[in-house]
Ligand binder design. Structure first.
Ligand code: NAG
Length: 177
């Protein structure tokens, strides 16, 4: 009778919800407020794709660490990476600031490939980070969509166009829209 149909459609709804929820969380960063991609791109003076080669300088108290990262491609700011930062013949860089609690997605493992939003280390973080780039906002997975979104932001900024925020996904503060 009717009850069986209800059970079935209830189950289908549950399944749909179970499939959609993580997708929405991932898209909109609802679990951790994140600035819009456009702002994240503007704040970072270097954006690159790379693979984590080695994890070093783990701080036992603050649980922060640095990584040696093999660079595949600069999406922004190649000229901001000076020679002291480059390692192993120029295709690796040292990146600090993993585990920074001000950054939502701040954890990597060896072998992970990500888009990194970076800045040169400010004087304040001390001499041990002098020749490092610092993680400036959340790590991003490499998908065609993500690469295109970041490239749109970089191009938009270069051309000085206003209001290209539409390209930059729905990572609004508080996870809205
Ligand atoms: C990211 O860089 C901006 C400057 O462009 C700075 O104001 C901000 O504090 C940095 N964020 C983190 C988490 O270091």
């Amino acid at each position: 009778m009717g009850s069986q149909g209800t059970v079935r459609s209830g189950r289908a709804a549950l399944l749909r919800a179970a499939l959609l929820a993580p997708l929405l969380l991932q898209l909109c960063g609802a679990s951790c407020p994140e600035k819009e991609l456009e702002d994240r791109e503007e704040e970072a003076n270097v954006v690159l794709t790379g693979t984590v080669d080695e994890i070093i300088n783990v701080d036992p108290v603050h649980h922060t660490y640095s990584c040696k990262v093999r660079v595949w491609r600069y999406l922004k700011g190649k000229s901001n990476v000076n020679r002291q930062i480059l390692l192993d013949g120029g295709n690796k860089v040292m990146i600090g600031g993993f585990g920074n609690p001000r950054i939502c997605d701040n954890q990597v493992s060896t072998g992970d490939t990500r888009i990194f939003f970076l800045n040169s280390a400010p004087e304040a973080v001390g001499p041990e980070h002098k020749n490092e780039l610092m993680l400036n906002s959340s790590l991003m997975r490499i998908t065609l969509r993500n690469l295109e979104d970041v490239e749109h932001c970089v191009e938009g900024e270069r051309e000085g166009t206003e209001g290209n925020g539409g390209f930059c996904c729905c990572q609004t503060e508080g996870g809205g829209s």
